[in-house]
Write a protein that binds this ligand. Structure first.
Ligand code: FAD
Length: 300
């Protein structure tokens, strides 16, 4: 059993992670830590044996937790101290645990344009910083000014936008940084106009994405010059029932780049389906699909 430092937040051993993810699959974390605040997290990281692996989870809207669970400590920045959002002029500052959609709403209320696209992404600011999350032509890198986080050793690091080296759904920042807070800059606009654009985005999403399913969003990144949904569709995988594939997972009928857990799928079913589709698309088209969804943990 790993030795765990004293904390002020919640520390749970052998905690099942499926309820913390959109796919609702996967095994348990050796330990799950929900820190009380940034100081609690820094103290914990400083005291934790450096050999113990640490993994961060947002709201799990872009991950498959494997069936064998996650080794070491999983950190989740959930609750009030992590979800603050403040605005000042055309600047928005948000905690890593704030939902992107709440940041979009707060920006609208303050008459700040530019962050409307966050209304279409069901993750947290921490996840958005890691994934360079974006939709409908805008990405995190278009509005981010700076962010700060903690290293695995519990030391504070400050990053300006350029330090992230963002490309499509990818950050070059070291993967072990735990983001705590981000600052964005938009442009002044009428609150009603910003709110109207947010409404457009949310209704568009309702009709084009399976947002009430157990899913992980876009499974594959779009390869240069191609749309992943088209490649998956043309290879014949849209909506293919798990009975046909022999797996308890399928690609959505509504959006053929979204995988779905229709009920009792395991993480191995979902990841296995993704790998089967990658191999099939490669064989049929010569295009190598790359995972956008992060897969974490041990095989079952
Ligand atoms: C229905 C649906 C629609 C979606 N639509 C879009 C879309 O239009 N555009 C888009 O870009 N994405 C989309 N996604 C994917 C997903 O919402 C984004 O990638 C989001 O940014 C992930 O945030 P999260 O909090 O869920 O992160 P998680 O899925 O929990 O984690 C994703 C990654 O971020 C890391 N991470 C999370 N928090 C932190 C932190 N504080 N510090 C360091 N690392 C951290 C994790 O370690 C992991 O590597 C969609 C997903 C779903 C389910």
């Amino acid at each position: 059993m790993i030795a765990l430092p004293e904390v002020r937040g919640k520390l749970l051993r052998n905690e099942p992670l499926a309820p913390y993810t959109w796919f609702r699959v996967g095994g348990a974390a050796d330990a799950l830590f929900i820190p009380a605040d940034a100081e609690d997290l820094a103290d914990f990281l400083k005291a934790l044996d450096p050999a113990v692996p640490v993994t961060v989870l947002g709201v799990g809207s872009n991950v498959i937790v494997r069936d064998g669970g996650v080794e070491g400590v999983v950190i989740r920045l959930a609750g009030r101290p992590w979800a603050h959002i403040t605005t000042d002029g055309d600047t928005v500052t948000a905690g890593a645990g704030a939902l992107d959609s709440m940041v979009a709403k707060a920006s609208a209320k303050a008459g700040i344009a530019g962050l409307e696209f966050y209304a279409g992404i069901p993750g947290t600011i921490g996840g958005a910083l890691t994934m360079n999350a974006g939709c409908y032509g805008s990405e995190t890198k278009d509005v981010l000014v700076s962010a700060w986080g903690l290293t695995r050793a519990g030391e504070r690091v400050d990053y300006d936008l350029a330090d992230f080296g963002y490309t499509y759904r990818h950050s070059q920042a070291p993967a072990d940084i735990i983001w705590i807070e981000a600052t964005y800059r938009g442009a002044a606009d009428e609150p009603e106009a910003v709110a109207a654009r947010i409404s457009e985005i949310t209704s568009r999403r309702e009709t084009t994405q399976p947002i009430r399913e157990k899913t992980g969003g876009s499974t594959f990144k779009n390869p240069e010059g191609y749309s992943s949904w088209k490649l998956v569709d043309e290879a014949g995988w849209r909506g293919k029932l798990h009975a046909e594939t022999g797996e308890g997972a399928k690609f959505s009928e509504l959006h053929s780049n979204f995988m779905i857990n229709p009920g009792e799928a395991t993480a191995a079913d979902i990841e296995g389906l993704g790998e089967a589709v990658r191999a099939d698309v490669l064989a049929k088209t010569g295009v190598q699909l790359e995972w956008e969804i992060k897969r974490i943990g041990r095989a079952g």
